[in-house]
Design a protein around this ligand. Structure first.
Ligand SMILES: *Cc1c(COP(=O)(O)O)cnc(C)c1O
Length: 384
């Protein structure tokens, strides 16, 4: 096999554009100097656009989970009651974090592979008058579901004063997000998914309403105390040494998104989802989610007549193509294809071509080219 070449199609980390890679190779600078302040000033307005908010988007060095924990430790107090909507492994992570802090958790579990129903959440919440926060996952990476976050906050507000806290790690930057308009109180994302960067930075924004709650919380911890990050970002600095190399990369990655046009970035992700799903439908290999619930950034495939793990091994060995397996009870039952960030329809066609050969080598009887052709037709019809 050709060395030093790989096709990374997992839902994060995702490939990094060459210009971002080069930006990250810049020599180190002082994190208290003017250059870093300039860098932050250049980054800030574009992060606002990606989040769809006028609030400052705070930049914290840590993986995505540090953002989930930051939301919990800042906005919720031990013994508070919260509602966590669990649509997969990442909803379950919010439960685990809350429980680690002694918070009383009401779980609302949805079958893995389906999106939550906003109306049902609202009715459920009517019977939970003491809940101070509702946690939800925008893209549930473990199942490839994009939850209807755009309608959640309005529904919650009809029946409750609870804050709406959203994990957007595997889609913000790849799908349209309007934090202010939709009424999201805290939105979290990370650098290694749709932002085309390595893991290491977490981005989080907070509504006015949530800042009131956070300010009145006396125990916000130390490293993840968001008030520190907010006060410092207002002065174009950070409380602790940021992952400067990734900040260089972030500035360039935002440049790339802005030049492509944010709307075009989102449309590209929708197209890649349609091409990927259309291919597997044509090949008659079942998908885990229905069309309406499917995420633009990751597709979960649930084979019924071949082994998902065997298939993953074959494509990795033949082509250096990596797709993700299932998590928890879906382990061994599904595989997940990431199509976000630095990924184009051309990459999708190449991935599908490799996967068709992988299917044959795994013993699945398909007509070669059928999935690719379906994806090509979807591409050609797109935007006509
Ligand atoms: C990747 C991911 C995270 C964060 O994981 P880290 O490994 O901590 O970066 C959180 N939520 C979702 C939905 C994710 O996909």
């Amino acid at each position: 096999m050709l060395q030093d070449q790989q096709y990374l199609r997992i839902p994060g980390p995702t490939p990094i554009p060459p210009s971002v890679q080069r930006a990250m190779a810049q020599p180190m600078i002082g994190h208290r100097g003017n250059e870093t302040s300039e860098l932050l000033r250049s980054i800030k307005p574009r992060l606002n656009k990606v989040f769809g908010t006028d609030q400052d988007v705070l930049i914290v060095t840590g993986s995505g989970t540090s953002g989930l924990e930051a939301a919990v430790v800042n906005a919720v107090k031990p013994l508070d009651e919260v509602l966590v909507i669990v649509t997969g492994a990442f909803g379950a992570r919010f439960v685990a974090i809350c429980e680690a802090y002694g918070i009383r958790v009401h779980k609302y579990e949805v079958e893995w592979g389906k999106a939550f129903d906003t109306h049902e959440i609202k009715e459920h919440l009517r019977n939970l008058p003491n809940v101070t926060a509702v946690f939800a996952t925008y893209c549930e990476t473990s199942t490839g579901v994009l939850n209807p976050i755009h309608e959640l906050a309005a529904a919650v507000k009809e029946v409750s004063d609870a804050l709406v806290i959203v994990d957007g790690v595997s889609c913000v930057g790849g799908v349209e997000t309007r934090m202010d308009e939709w009424g999201i109180d805290i939105l979290v994302t990370g650098s290694q998914k749709a932002f085309m960067l390595p893991a290491g930075l977490m981005f989080i924004a907070v509504s006015e309403r949530a800042w009131d709650v956070i300010r009145s919380n006396p125990n916000r911890g130390f490293y993840l105390d968001l008030v520190k990050y907010r006060d410092d970002l207002a002065k174009d600095t950070t409380p602790f040494t940021p992952a400067l190399s990734i900040l260089f990369g972030l500035d360039q990655a935002l440049d790339l998104m802005e030049k492509e046009g944010f709307e075009n970035v989102y449309a590209r992700h929708t197209l890649m989802k349609k091409m990927t799903r259309g291919a597997f439908e044509a090949l008659e290999v079942p998908l885990l989610t229905n069309e309406e619930d499917a995420s633009d950034t990751v597709t979960a495939v649930k084979p019924d007549d071949f082994d998902a793990e065997e298939f993953r091994k074959v494509i990795k060995k033949e082509f250096g193509l990596s797709v993700a397996g299932g998590q928890e009870h879906l382990k061994g039952k599904i595989f997940r294809i990431g199509h976000m960030g630095y990924c184009s329809p051309a990459d999708v066609l190449q991935t599908l071509g490799m996967m068709e050969m992988g299917l044959i080598k795994t013993g699945k009887n398909i007509e070669l080219g059928k999935g690719v052709a379906a994806a090509q037709r979807i591409y050609l019809e797109w935007g006509e």
